[in-house]
Structure formats: structure tokens, C-alpha cells
Design a binder for this molecule. Structure first.
Ligand SMILES: *Cc1c(COP(=O)(O)O)cnc(C)c1O
Length: 381
């Protein structure tokens, strides 16, 4: 006997909800989920395989529940990046920063509590709120996607959130927040302030990390991931840095043995090879800046980006443009405010394919730049 979802006693707020996720399509050029386009080298992949083989011999046993060796390596990485005072007790790791974020809301959100963020931002945030029965409140970002401090302070006073979620650099806009903004929000927030730095390694020179604020703000949490710059999206490893008391809270809500021995071993090999895995970050940042300039030269708006993607618009019909790119084998992301699209920075060959496809799509005339004929003139040769 078959039942449909409608027949099951699903929670009311989950009825009719579609699972989150960008389309996973098998096309030649995939620039839609902000992955690092460069896979690990044969030698790093072989080291990972060796580490997994060693771990495999002991898989009858549960893994280290507290992932101490991995957390020590992560603390050493943040220290090498220039943050002082980070030790193993300041770091917690989980299956992607998505799990970190869920654990944070499990510990600090919950019924009768509110999480505040500022949109457009990462589309998973309202889902963590829903899944933890935390009320979701979205303030808005300014026209340039920055956070307007008086508006933020007003939202804080009005909603008294137990958690504030700030993505910096923000997804899908690429916008990094100044430390002054984060400091002001920390000073006014009644609860936890979480700065999601999934794209930290891609920030432009002179853009500081919120890690430097940790000593002064005990309720500040900075989350990171190995999915983006580290080229380890498939390994599922995210982490946070915060006061040791925050790590104690994570230990209470985590599932027992949440992080597999295989995940821990693979991530440790990746960290031991950080120089190699991060080697392409400088090139990706440079290509991002070139992409922003190129999009603007077409007469489009492109948001300043401190990440490995660029949000651009405004298109009269973004879905038509997205589809035309897909028809040419280039998958980008239909996300952000209406009229905007997001492209991840790929290899030079992938970016050339993107540029050619976008020029063709825009000169084909459907869905082009809002209120403008510039594109036609510029792309007809
Ligand atoms: C990609 C991304 C993450 C990372 O997710 P993982 O679970 O670590 O793969 C976190 N936050 C934002 C804003 C992201 O774009």
C-alpha cells in the first residue's frame, strides 16, 4: 500500500514545502553553487585515500566524539591566518557549516525566541529557524546590499532576537560587513551574534575578519566552512570559532558521534595541505574582479563582491536569461532579488563560456537589461 506525503501526519508548517536545493544538472559548465572549480591534486587525493584506509581498519568503533585532533588543526589554521588566541577549546566542527548553524539555533533559538537576519541573504537561514521552531524576522539590506546601522538597531530593539545571523561576505550578494558594523550590532544585541564567514578566504585585501572581535565579544560566533575556498564541498566540514562556553553549548545539542571518523580524517589531510588547496584562491579573486568589471561594461549592475561569485542585474526577465545560458550548457543560479542572477567564479575556460553565453543571451533580446538598449548596441559586432 502506498501513502502520499499528504496522508502522513507531517508537521503543519512543513505541508506543501519543497525541499531546498539548487538544481543538480549534468551540464558542461556548472557555476551555480559557489564551489571551488579546482579538484584536489592526485597526490592530495591519494593522501586522503590513505587516511581513509587507516580509519577503515577501526570503523567498528565510534569516532572521537569531540573531534579533538581535527579541532586542534582548525585552530592552528585560524592562528596561521593571523588570528591570535584561538585554541582547540574555541573551535567546534560539524558536517558543513549548515549543521553548525542548525546546532547554534538548537542551542540558542527555540520556541518563543527570535532569530534576526537581513535580506537578501542565505536562503537556508529561514529553514534553520523553521526546523528549530524559532521565529524568523528579516530586516532589509540597503540598495547596495550593505546593512544600514540605524535600521539594524531599530530591528534589534523591536524584536530582541536571541540570535542575529550575519553573512559576511553575504550570499548571494558578495557584500562584506565592516567590523564597525559588526561591533555596533554586538554591542546592541541582547543575545548571540553569528557571523557566517563561509567565503572569508575570498575577501578583498583590507577587509578584516570578524575573528578579530572575538576577545571583546563573548557572545559572538564566527562560522567557517571547508566547502568553498578549501575545495572540500564533498567532504562536508564546517566549523565555528567562539568562546569555550559556546562550544560547551554545541556539545549539549549535537547528535552523539555526529562527525564520522572518515570526515574527520579527510578534513585533517585537507588542512595539512592547505597551501595547495588554497593555491587557486588568489586567481579566483582576480577573476571575480575581472568578471565584475566585464558585467558593468555591458551596462549591467554587478554588486561589489568579496566572495567567489558575482550577483548581477537587473534583467527584465531573469528566468529567460538563466534558461538561455542553460541552453548553451552554462548553469548559473536564479537567486537574490527579482531581476538578478548569481554566477560562481569557475576556471578561465568556464568563465569564457559564461561570457559568450551571456553575450548571446542578451543580444538575442529576450529578458535583457531592464529599461535599456545598451546591450544590443554593445554586443552586436
Ligand atoms: C555555502 C554556504 C555555507 C556553507 O555550507 P556548508 O554546509 O559548509 O557546505 C554557509 N553559509 C553560506 C552563506 C553559504 O553560502
Amino acid at each position: 500500500m502506498r501513502v502520499s506525503l499528504a496522508d502522513l501526519p507531517l508537521r503543519d508548517e512543513l505541508r506543501g514545502v519543497q525541499p531546498y536545493g539548487a538544481p543538480q544538472l549534468d551540464v558542461p559548465v556548472r557555476l551555480n553553487v559557489n564551489e571551488n572549480p579546482y579538484p584536489p591534486s592526485v597526490s592530495v587525493a591519494a593522501d586522503m585515500a590513505r587516511a581513509v584506509a587507516e580509519v577503515a581498519a577501526g570503523l567498528n568503533r565510534y569516532p572521537d566524539r569531540d573531534a579533538v585532533a581535527l579541532r586542534a588543526d582548525l585552530a592552528a589554521y585560524l592562528t596561521a591566518e593571523g588570528t591570535a588566541g584561538i585554541g582547540v577549546d574555541n573551535v567546534w566542527a560539524a558536517n558543513g557549516s549548515n549543521e553548525i548553524m542548525l546546532q547554534l539555533l538548537q542551542a540558542f533559538g527555540g520556541p518563543g525566541r527570535t532569530v534576526l537576519s537581513f535580506t537578501p541573504t542565505y536562503s537556508m537561514y529561514p529553514e534553520y529557524a523553521r526546523d528549530t521552531h524559532t521565529a524568523w524576522v528579516a530586516g532589509r539590506r540597503a540598495d547596495d546590499f550593505s546593512i544600514d546601522v540605524p535600521h539594524a538597531l531599530d530591528q534589534l530593539a523591536r524584536h530582541q532576537p536571541s540570535v542575529v545571523l550575519l553573512a559576511s561576505p553575504n550570499n548571494p550578494t558578495g557584500t562584506a560587513l565592516g567590523v564597525d558594523v559588526i561591533q555596533t550590532i554586538c554591542a546592541a544585541a541582547p543575545g548571540m551574534v553569528v557571523v557566517d564567514e563561509a567565503y572569508a578566504e575570498f575577501r578583498r585585501a583590507g577587509t578584516p575578519s570578524a575573528l578579530s572581535l572575538l576577545p571583546a565579544h563573548p557572545r559572538l560566533v564566527v562560522t567557517r566552512t571547508m566547502s568553498k575556498a578549501f575545495a572540500l564541498a564533498g567532504g562536508r566540514l564546517g566549523y565555528l570559532a567562539a568562546a569555550p562556553a559556546v562550544v560547551d553549548a554545541m556539545r549539549i545539542v549535537r547528535l552523539p558521534y555526529h562527525l564520522s571518523a572518515v570526515s574527520q580524517a579527510v578534513a585533517r589531510v585537507a588542512l595539512a595541505n592547505a597551501d595547495e588547496l588554497l593555491a587557486k584562491v588568489a586567481e579566483l579573486r582576480a577573476d571575480r574582479d575581472v568578471t565584475v568589471d566585464w558585467l558593468r561594461s555591458l551596462g549591467l549592475r554587478a554588486a561589489d563582491s568579496d566572495a567567489n561569485f558575482v550577483l548581477f542585474g537587473e534583467l527584465a526577465d531573469r528566468h529567460a536569461v538563466w534558461q538561455q545560458l542553460l541552453d548553451r550548457g552554462v548553469l548559473i543560479r536564479e537567486t537574490g532579488p527579482d531581476g538578478w542572477l548569481r554566477v560562481s567564479i569557475g576556471t578561465p575556460e568556464e568563465m569564457a563560456a559564461f561570457r559568450a553565453a551571456l553575450e548571446e543571451a542578451l543580444s538575442a533580446g529576450t529578458g535583457g537589461i531592464k529599461g535599456s538598449t545598451i546591450v544590443k548596441a554593445q554586443t552586436t559586432r
